[in-house]
Every structure is written in C-alpha cells, then in structure tokens.
Design a protein around this ligand. Sequence first.
Ligand code: PHE
Length: 350
Amino acid sequence: MTVDELLAQLDGILKRAEGHFAEVTKVTDLRELELGYIGKKGFLAEVSSELRNLDPEARKVVGEALNLVRSKVVGYSEGARGVLVAKETEERIASEAQDLSEFLVRKTDGIGSIHLISQTRAELEDVFVGMGFVVEDGPEAESEWNNFEALNIPQHHPARASQDSFFLEFGSANSVLLRTHTSPTQIRVMSTQPPPIYAVMPGRVYRRDTADARHTPAFHQIEGLVIDKGINFAHLAGTIDTFTKAYFGPNKTSRLRPAYFPFTEPSAEFEITCTICNGIGCRTCSNTGWIELGGCGMVHPNVLVSVGLDPEEWSGFAFGFGIDRCAQMKHAISDARVYLDNDIRFLSQF
Ligand code: PHE
C-alpha cells in the first residue's frame, strides 16, 4: 500500500471511531470497540503491520500519523468510558435507593398516645407516692415459691385452683409461672429490704380466664404493702379510704367485706360503688351495684415467717387491686375487652 492509501485509511478509521465511540451505550460494548480499534488485531494494528513494507521516510510519516490517530481514539474511548461509568453508577444508585419517607412522622398523622392502662397506673402510683409509699417492681415470670408457697398457699390449697395459672416450661415441672397476682412482689420486697416498708407494686398479671366484660386473661394489679411496728386494721381501712377519695373523688364510697385470702388474716374484699350505673345495678356489676376492686388484709404471720420476719416484732397490711378495673370505673368503660382491641377510636380518647 502506498503512503497516501495508508494515510487515507487512517483518516477513515478515525472518522468511524469518532462515530462509534459517541454512540456506545454500555461499558461492555465499549470494551469490544476498544479491541476493534486499538487491540492487537484491531484496525490500527493492521495499518501498523504495513509499516515494515515502507521505506524509512514513508514509515516515519505514516508512523506519526498512526500515533496521532491512536491517541485520538484512546481519547474518544476514555471520554466515552467516563460518561458511561457515571451513567451506570447513577442508574444503580437509583435502582438500589430505598424510599424511607414512609417512616417520617408528619404532624398531621398523629403520633398515638399513652395507653389508658399506663396512664391509670401512673395516676395510681402518684396517689400512693403522695401518701408516702415507694414504687417497687417485680417480674411477670415468677417462681411457684413467690407466687404461692411463701404466700401461705401450699401445694393442694384450693386457692391455687381458683387462680388458674399459666405455667412455663422452665426448670422443673410447675416451678415457674406467669404470676397470677402482684402479691409475689411483696415476698421479693420483704426478702430484700428490712422494715419499715411502705411500698406499692404495680404490674401485669395472668389468669386462665375467659374474656368477658370484667375479665381478660392478662390484666394489671397494684399491690400495696406496709410492714412496721404496731400496724393494725384501722391503718389498712384508713389507707383504702384515703386512696378511694383521692383517686375516685371525695363523694365515692368504698366498703370492706369479710373475705378470705391465705396470705392475710383477717382479710377483706374492697368494693366501690359501680360508676357505670351509680349503684342501681347493671351488666358490669352483675346487678349488685358494687364493683370489687381487690382484696386486702393484715399480713398473715406465716408470710412474715416465710421471709424471715418475726411476727411478734413486726405487723403489717397488704392490699391488691385491679388497675384495669380502676380505669373502667373512673371512665365508665362498660367492657374491659376494649383495652386489648387496639381500636384507635377508643384509645385516642384518653
Ligand atoms: N392477691 C389477691 C388477688 O389477686 C389480692 C390481695 C392482695 C389480697 C393483698 C389480700 C392482700 O386476688
């Protein structure tokens, strides 16, 4: 081939390269193009292989032209690569991006409210803290000892059957259960703190009850415990009365009725006027006009002995009642199941 033919060929290669590299849309295609133009078997290599057939003068002219064309083609290629890599990165970012905006809380969405039971628990704690009690806490999974045995409820005592329990598969059979009342926290407090003790212990409790207007299988109680010298039943009655007036209002009445609990002696049931019907009788109070809030009594000497306290030296009283029931009475909620329904129309009222 003549010098002119070779130069014309180079010119053609350059023009085609300019078009090709401008059109390429994928990095993988770009690699093919590079091989086609500047690879070992590419167009420029073909021209290069002609050089050895030329005389030195012509070889110099064509060689320089060849180098110039090669550097321009490399320039096209690098330019195209820059554009394609940027484009592909942008596309990948767009395809992998996650829209997190659904987690944004907008003011107009509303952010929920504290559940009525939690509010009630806090209000009850406030009333008792105002009366000089401290707030203590205990676990929901309890030992059979704390929940029954130490509370003077031995193995075959009927009280165990009346409080149908959820036992947990943990340790030896029937040794751990979901607490059926908050009274085991009394045992924990008395075993770890020296008297005098003035404590309330709120929390969730569990019983194998079928849900109805007054019962749910999980509910909440607040336990009270006083251990000191010379504590008597009048202190208990006065505390219950002060609480009732402070929480339900000065014109609400309460009554104590003789009852039986293995861990108190004497024992009483603590009732207040049904606020749904104001004492007339309704479905919620089973037509009695009274709602039982809980139980109370003087701490049984056997319980004091079980936690290592001398009943000759110390005496005290205890009470325990339903937080759900308190909220029900205070807000005239006729059916306790609404606490667990998670219906925003109910919950957002409080
Ligand atoms: N633990 C009893 C119950 O759940 C209530 C109670 C507490 C009674 C403390 C007496 C003293 O029914």
